[in-house]
Design a protein around this ligand. Structure first.
Ligand SMILES: NC(=O)c1ccc[n+]([C@@H]2O[C@H](COP(=O)([O-])OP(=O)(O)OC[C@H]3O[C@@H](n4cnc5c(N)ncnc54)[C@H](OP(=O)(O)O)[C@@H]3O)[C@@H](O)[C@H]2O)c1
Length: 330
């Protein structure tokens, strides 16, 4: 596994691991298999592990700390704060106040069983707290040695600029994949201008780009994607036709659609690290293999022609100001 540098000096494996579904979100979780997947990821050279306090809620951080504690010095813990939930998953809003930032960090450190979070992200920007105040508190955590680097998730270009003027932002994390390209307009350019790295979440289109979901009814009843606009009725069918180009190219290359989707994200710049999410060893190994898949200019042009930016049916979220409680709960 090769490495990439995020921001000016955070070295990560070329592909990270999104751990959200190990604690729910996309159907039934399996702790034994997920633990084995965490260990296999380390064997494969994956160093960046993405979690959040709300995944589980709260269970995912503890699971990561338990699973990776023995190799703590070889891996990066990325976690997030700001989406307030009860342990039963009830949504209580977004909080970016300095006091909440400090308390959240201490609780995440406890759950992860570590004395330092390598990369600490604000999960969603709090519209009622100036970003300067939130980032000021995050900067204090860096000064105290509790946090190595800081970043923002799903922030606007203006917010990124304001935040970066308070303390260097190492990473912006947002959704980015063949079917979610909004960040190309303003977010990636501002990151590049300011020397900020980018973590691409949901790089497999929440699984859709893998071609493995034939029908929305295949999803478990508690699967968050039942509420995802892109997985609904007509949108699902339209998107299925659209992503057939990914399957076509995979067949030509003798690889899998998931590998094509990840190779596409990797091809968008060496300042980008995708974090495909999985809870299983088999798909983890498949995804790690994407680093060796090379898309030619002709492949990239065909994807551009058949699936141009903005062609996906349905919004990314039913309500962009939030993520549904079901996404983060078991
Ligand atoms: N900052 C944010 O607001 C935010 C939001 C969403 C996600 N994230 C982070 O980003 C990570 C990745 O995003 P994501 O999990 O939403 O979406 P994703 O990586 O695009 O897709 C994950 C889905 O694809 C399935 N999958 C993975 N590899 C596969 C393969 N090779 N073949 C077939 N299916 C495969 C997974 O199945 P299984 O789960 O069954 O293995 C899961 O259902 C999350 O784990 C989380 O850490 C961050």
């Amino acid at each position: 596994m090769r490495t990439r540098v995020l921001g000016t000096n955070l070295q990560s494996s070329e592909i990270g691991l999104g751990c959200m579904s190990m604690s729910g979100a996309y159907g039934i979780h399996d702790d034994g298999e997920s633990l084995a997947a965490l260990h296999r990821a380390v064997e494969l050279g994956i160093t960046l592990f993405d979690t959040a306090d709300v995944y589980g809620p709260f269970a995912n951080e503890a699971f990561i700390g338990h699973g990776l504690g023995a190799v703590r010095d070889r891996v990066l813990y990325v976690t997030k704060f700001g989406l307030v939930r009860t342990s039963a998953g009830q949504h209580l809003g977004v909080n970016g106040t300095p006091d909440y930032v400090r308390r959240s960090c201490d609780l995440s450190l406890q759950r992860l069983g570590t004395d330092r979070i390598d990369l600490y992200l604000q999960h969603r920007v709090d519209p009622h707290t100036p970003i300067e105040e939130t980032v000021g508190a995050m900067a204090e955590l860096v000064a105290a040695g509790k946090v190595g680097h800081i970043g923002l998730s799903e922030a606007s270009a203006d917010t990124i600029r304001r935040a970066h003027s308070v303390h260097p932002i190492t990473v912006v994390q947002s959704e980015y994949s063949i079917w979610s390209r909004d960040v190309e307009d303003e977010i990636l350019p501002v990151c590049r201008e300011l020397g900020i790295g980018f973590i691409a979440y949901s790089p497999l289109g929440r699984g859709f780009l893998t071609g493995a979901i034939a029908n929305p009814s295949d999803l478990a009843v508690n699967d968050y994607r039942h509420k995802d606009p892109r997985f609904q009725g007509g949108a699902f069918d339209a998107n299925k036709a659209l992503v057939s180009v990914v399957q076509e190219i995979a067949a030509e290359l003798g690889c899998t659609p998931a590998q094509v989707a990840l190779a596409w994200v990797l091809s968008r710049g060496d300042d980008i690290v995708p974090i495909p999410g999985t809870k299983r060893r088999r798909t983890l190994e498949e995804n790690a293999g994407a680093v060796d898949v090379v898309l030619t200019p002709a492949h990239l042009a065909r994807i551009e022609e058949r699936m141009p930016a903005g062609s996906t049916a349905g919004e990314r979220y039913a309500d962009m100001s939030e993520i549904a409680p079901a996404e983060i709960g078991r």
